[in-house]
Write a protein that binds this ligand. Structure first.
Ligand code: WT7
Length: 658
């Protein structure tokens, strides 16, 4: 669809939605943008005072003296867990349900704010009893659970910096993260249950620690999920419930400076190993709360459901911190969208009367397929009348999926907020506000008030609307990444490159603004980062995983190709240490390589297609021709100039995917 065609399809929020929204109408949106433009620091300071409780009020707002290591509200002190729990209880919300947890098998457990605080305090005291203190790092390797949220809140309470590792990562990936953070403790569960199957968590922690390099880890705290036997190492491993049971249910919060690192979260970059994105306490929490208020328009009687895992930033900001900071009621779901059938999401929305639903395009696309094949799992077979707002995140949503979501899930009455942001941005950056912004399917529309998003060329010059370019953010914002843990230089190089005189934050995405409306559409990553089912992966990481299979692989190159369901799919081009295989042999080796990548990184990184060649297409100077690989991966007829190719015959071999 051309830009002009896309823009002709404007969807307006209804008058009722506009009337009741926190940001009501475009005039209100523009007024907020104007306020931020006129008095940038004043705008953010006002929000920070209104939305957060400070132990010591801040007197400085933005400190740019050591750019790009920006500081926000630096002399203010606060505690994130105090803001998410105690503060709500002090406002009379102690008996309000904070979390409705639904397990994989359907069992429901609810906790009130008072109960969640008590649990958090017991976990915090348990950590303290083991000597964990402010500034220590704690790795959390756990599936979706009340315990997972409480563990994160407990770390925040004592000023320990948490680093949650998604339960789908392998022992090797987990080890790398434990080592890089220098964690003193790991919090995990015996197992996780997904789609009716128990999967090891503690066993993988044991394996990770056994790989070496994690000497700082003194204790492993284990949550009992299935109770099936696991190995417990004497003196190191403890059942969290046993340790916590004897602890007091109160714990004085550790008041930390606003810049104190609340968490590290690893994400893939274009080169080398994953980066530990460091987030602050004050600025991060402010944006988590503010975006939950304005983008999700969260109100007292809402039931909010973000389907992301707490192992990703979406789960941090829109499960553990944002909705709780506002005293909301939220769903935490352990399972998968297709178990026991593909109607699970719709059934849960019906059962729990969910009013705000936030999920990823990849999930929507796979549920469309299932719904079209079977009426029983179609949204129309459920009562979804409780919904009032829908959200999308993680990758561009194609207009067809948007329209289906709008009509079939939202009953053509719920605005959809297509939220563009990143692990590094901490919260929404470009998004519609539901009671203000006219929506265009496939466009994340306009910057959140205060966010100075722009599109520039390679030299940092603004490009006119209608012309594509590089997405940047011109001014620092409170919830931005502070640094890459332990690697300030890589932080500067990755996000504040010299190309823009170190002035602009480089998102790593390409984007275009509509000539008339100025609406942003994200056109995809401009670096070697892939987005598979909303999960971010570096092509180099997967290449390293492949070549680490030293008995088989001589060389590997990885590119992405479009995929109908997962957005992008991983395609690997592999040169073996023996002639390129074909037929059944190729299939068997492809499986072996997929399993190897699964072991090195995790199942999410397994290549969908593997193509074997006796060589990779290279220029005479020896550079891999990645553009050509991308064409081959897409199955395009090769029209590119291949005259510089050293060995044109290999193109035939690479034509077959296994
Ligand atoms: C990358 C960030 C943001 C939380 C989940 C992913 C892509 C994200 C959108 C959107 C188009 C999007 C970008 C971005 N992305 N949201 N609404 N429209 N693209 O966080 O793993 O850090 O990935 O996801 O490419 O750079 P992440």
């Amino acid at each position: 669809m051309s830009q002009a065609e896309t823009q002709s399809k404007l969807y307006l929020p209804s008058d009722a939605v506009v009337a009741s929204a926190h940001v009501s109408g475009m005039d209100a949106y523009h007024a907020l943008c104007k306020e931020a433009e006129t008095d940038y620091e004043g705008f953010w300071a006002r929000q920070a005072r209104e939305l957060l409780s400070w132990k010591t009020p801040f007197t400085t707002v933005l400190d740019e003296s050591n750019a790009p290591f920006f500081k926000w509200f630096e002399d203010g002190t606060l505690n994130a867990s105090y803001n998410c729990l105690d503060r709500n209880i002090e406002r009379g919300l102690g008996d309000k349900t904070a979390i409705i947890f639904e397990a994989d098998g359907g069992e429901v457990t609810k906790v009130t704010y008072s109960e969640l605080l008590a649990k958090t305090c017991q976990y915090a005291n348990a950590l303290k009893s083991l000597g964990v203190t402010k500034g220590d790092r704690v790795v959390i390797y756990i599936s979706m659970s009340i315990d997972g949220v409480a563990a994160m809140q407990a770390c925040a309470r004592i000023g320990a910096t948490h680093s949650v590792v998604f339960g789908g990562f392998s022992a090797q990936s987990l080890r790398d993260r434990i080592e890089d953070t220098g964690a003193v403790a790991v919090i995990t569960a015996d197992h996780q249950v997904r789609g009716g199957k128990p999967l090891a968590l503690k066993g993988i922690v044991d394996e990770a620690l056994g790989l070496g390099g994690c000497d700082a880890v003194k204790n492993v705290l284990v949550v009992k999920r299935t109770g099936s036997p696991i190995n417990m190492v004497e003196g190191r491993d403890l059942w969290l419930a046993d340790l916590a049971a004897s602890q007091p249910t109160t714990c004085e919060p550790e008041w930390v400076g606003a810049e104190h690192p609340l968490f590290l979260l690893y994400t893939s970059g274009s080169t080398g190993k994953p980066k530990g994105v460091q987030h602050s306490t004050g600025g991060y929490l402010l944006h988590a709360a503010l975006t939950t208020q304005w983008t999700f328009d969260l109100k007292a009687d809402d039931v909010f459901w973000c389907t992301a895992d707490i192992g990703w930033v979406t789960g941090h900001t829109y499960i553990t911190y944002g909705p709780l900071a506002l005293g909301g009621t939220e769903i935490v779901f352990e399972g998968v969208p297709t178990y026991p059938d593909a109607g699970r999401f719709w059934k849960m929305i019906q059962d729990h009367k969910v009013s705000i639903f936030y999920t990823a395009p990849t999930a929507i696309r796979s549920l469309i397929k299932a719904a079209e094949a079977n009426d029983a799992v179609h949204p129309k077979s459920y009562d979804l009348s409780s919904l009032r707002l829908l959200g999308s995140v993680g990758e561009p949503i194609n207009p067809a999926a948007w329209e289906w979501y709008y009509k079939n899930v939202g009953g053509s009455r719920c605005p959809i907020v297509d939220t563009f942001w990143q692990t590094e941005t901490g919260g929404h950056m470009i998004t519609p506000l539901p009671g203000a912004t006219p929506m265009v399917p496939g466009s994340c529309t306009l910057p959140f008030p205060g966010i100075q998003a722009a599109i520039v060329d390679e030299t940092g010059k603004d490009v006119p609307n209608g012309q594509g370019g590089i997405l940047v953010v011109k001014r620092p914002w409170p919830s931005m990444i502070r640094t890459i843990w332990g690697d300030n230089e890589r932080f500067v190089k990755s996000y504040y490159p010299a190309d823009f005189q170190g002035k602009y934050y480089l998102a790593g995405d390409g984007a275009i603004r509509d000539a008339e409306t100025g609406y942003f559409t994200i056109t995809g990553r401009i670096d070697d980062v892939l987005n598979v089912s909303g999960h971010r992966m570096g092509t180099m990481e997967i290449e390293s995983a492949l070549v680490s299979c030293t008995e088989l692989v001589a060389e590997a190159a990885v590119v992405g190709r479009p995929d109908e369901t997962t957005g992008e799919a991983v395609c690997a081009f592999v040169v073996l240490k023996r002639p390129a295989p074909t037929g059944d042999e190729a299939k068997a080796i492809a499986k072996q390589l997929r399993d190897h990548v699964g072991k090195e990184i995790g199942p999410i990184a397994k290549p969908k297609d593997i193509r074997f060649g006796d060589n990779l297409p290279k220029t005479r100077s020896g550079k891999i021709m990645r553009r050509l690989l991308r064409s081959i991966a897409k199955g395009e007829t090769i029209t590119q100039d291949t005259s510089t190719l050293e060995n044109p015959a290999i193109l035939d071999q690479l034509g077959q995917a296994y």
